[in-house]
Design a protein. Sequence first.
Length: 200
Amino acid sequence: MTVVSRRLKDFDFKSFDDMINSSGLLEENTSLQSLITRYDVVLPENIDKLAPIKSLTEVDRPNVPWYNEDIAFHKRIRRRLERKWRSTRLDHDKTNYLRQCLVELVGSMYSVLQQVFQQLPCTLDILIRATANRHGLEQVKDHNNGSEEDYEVNDPRKGEVSEDYANKMPWRMDDTVDYQDDNDAKSGPDSIVDDAGDRI
């Protein structure tokens, strides 16, 4: 959005009067039509010389969902306290500023949590997937459920288990895995046997 404005606060009226007097607008024996034409030309030119038009482009950024009027109010208070503290350098002004920072932080946190809980089904699914990918739980789940898609990537029977994947598993990779008499066995807690050969 572009805002066009003209600064008239410090307008020099004396210079403006001198420009009008020397422009010929006060001459006699001038027809009305020529006077109107000269008025429409001379007056804007003189005003532009003394108070030129300035344009300012403002970027309208929509607020994020968690930013509300309460947060904006506390932000204004924080900035006012910060300016006061930086100008005075007094301890109590610094204390007031830091206290307001804590109040604003807590308010922002609760506002974010409110938005999160409003979108809880979607957010919860994203958090579960992110946690599973980080700790390898999704791949372990696929192994135990017999999913072949991700299981082929790290198949213990083929010796293709990566070191990172092995560290994510909740059991030791050096444990004996019994695949005899169980063609559908997958690497997981149900297929681990102890040293005596008994299934755990």
